[in-house]
Design a protein around this ligand. Structure first.
Ligand SMILES: C[S@@+](CC[C@H](N)C(=O)[O-])C[C@H]1O[C@@H](n2cnc3c(N)ncnc32)[C@H](O)[C@@H]1O
Ligand SMILES: CC(C)=CCC/C(C)=C/COP(=O)(O)OP(=O)(O)O
Ligand SMILES: [Mg+2]
Length: 291
């Protein structure tokens, strides 16, 4: 009897560049939190980022009703997709001929949304072979695998040609890398006149230093949240000139307050809510021109 072996990206996974990257690859290879999978199951877009926008209480209905939990999950998912839509809306004019890069692409939800919106090619990189396989599996199911591709690759050292990419983004993935190294790489593969966008959580220099809540978030996700100041400095040093900076903190709080009431809580909700409220942590979008 012969066994057919389906080649997957995991067959050719590069060795992690550092022991830390090995830890992060393991983290995301074993991640299967219901708060991410059950939200993704709503419509097949799997996100690893948070939500923005007002909660539609009329869509939720009566908390005592048996259908409430399902509606709550759909509402959290709607807010997470609204966040990705908002990011994509800052990439500038994109045509089907363009190539976009999703740096730290997770399970690929934002990539699918980008292709559906612009008709273009989207290349994603993640440290996790499980995530890349998942994203490529979804692209195949949607028959968009010629346009949407995930690979296991360090976002600080990508195979994309110099000046070949129209726009690129990091959606909640900058807190795993050195920002100077990251922006040097985006700047290398972006076209002059191209656009870089990030949505991220950053600590607020006005608070002084990272608060205990920020330290708690770092420990929870094994990440290293940067300050707002560090983003702007590292961009300036790498020919990325901010065009738009938006403080999304008031827009993400309703998502967290709703999530804190759900059965899918993970224990990190208090740290996000308290740090957003005390001003030590901010949720921001930065869109920059590659000059
Ligand atoms: C919180 S998830 C965000 C996923 C995705 N951007 C989204 O919005 O759903 C963080 C992602 O960053 C990726 N990541 C962290 N460090 C990375 C690196 N050095 N190179 C590539 N990906 C990295 C992880 O593998 C993971 O996919
Ligand atoms: C804004 C900051 C600091 C983000 C840290 C990166 C991160 C883990 C994002 C969400 O991933 P997830 O969707 O897998 O997390 P969760 O399981 O909490 O929904
Ligand atoms: Mg999540």
């Amino acid at each position: 009897m012969t066994t057919e072996i389906t080649p997957t990206v995991s067959a050719t996974i590069p060795a992690p560049a550092t022991p830390y990257q090995g830890d992060i690859a393991r983290y995301w290879n074993t991640e299967a939190r219901p708060v991410n999978l059950r939200l993704g199951d709503v419509d097949g877009l799997y996100h690893h980022h948070y939500g923005i926008g007002a909660v539609d209480h009329s869509a939720l209905g009566d908390p005592e009703h048996s259908a409430y939990e399902k509606k709550l999950i759909a509402e959290l998912h709607r807010l997470e997709s609204a966040q990705a839509d908002f990011l994509l809306g800052h990439l500038g004019p994109i045509t089907p001929k363009d190539t976009l890069v999703d740096a730290g692409c997770g399970r690929g939800g934002s990539m699918v949304m980008a292709h559906q919106r612009f008709g273009c090619k989207v290349e994603g990189v993640t440290l996790s072979s499980a995530q890349a396989d998942f994203g490529n599996g979804r692209a195949q199911e949607l028959r968009i695998q010629d346009h949407v591709r995930s690979r296991v690759c360090n976002m600080l050292d990508t195979p994309f040609e110099k000046g070949s990419v129209t726009a690129s983004w990091n959606n909640e993935s900058t807190m795993y890398v050195d920002l100077h190294d990251l922006f040097a790489e985006h700047s290398r593969f972006l076209k002059v006149g191209g656009r870089y966008v990030t949505i991220t959580g950053c600590w607020n220099p006005r608070y002084g230093q990272p608060s205990k809540w920020v330290s708690q978030i770092n420990a929870h996700f094994e990440c290293n949240i940067h300050s707002r100041r560090e983003y702007l400095r590292a961009m300036a040093d790498n020919r990325l000139v901010p065009q738009t900076v938006i403080d999304l903190t008031p827009d993400t709080l309703p998502y967290w307050e709703l999530r804190a009431t759900s059965s899918l809580v993970t224990g990190i909700e208090e740290a996000f809510i308290e740090s957003y409220r005390d001003g030590s942590f901010q949720y921001v979008l930065i869109a920059a021109d590659r000059v």
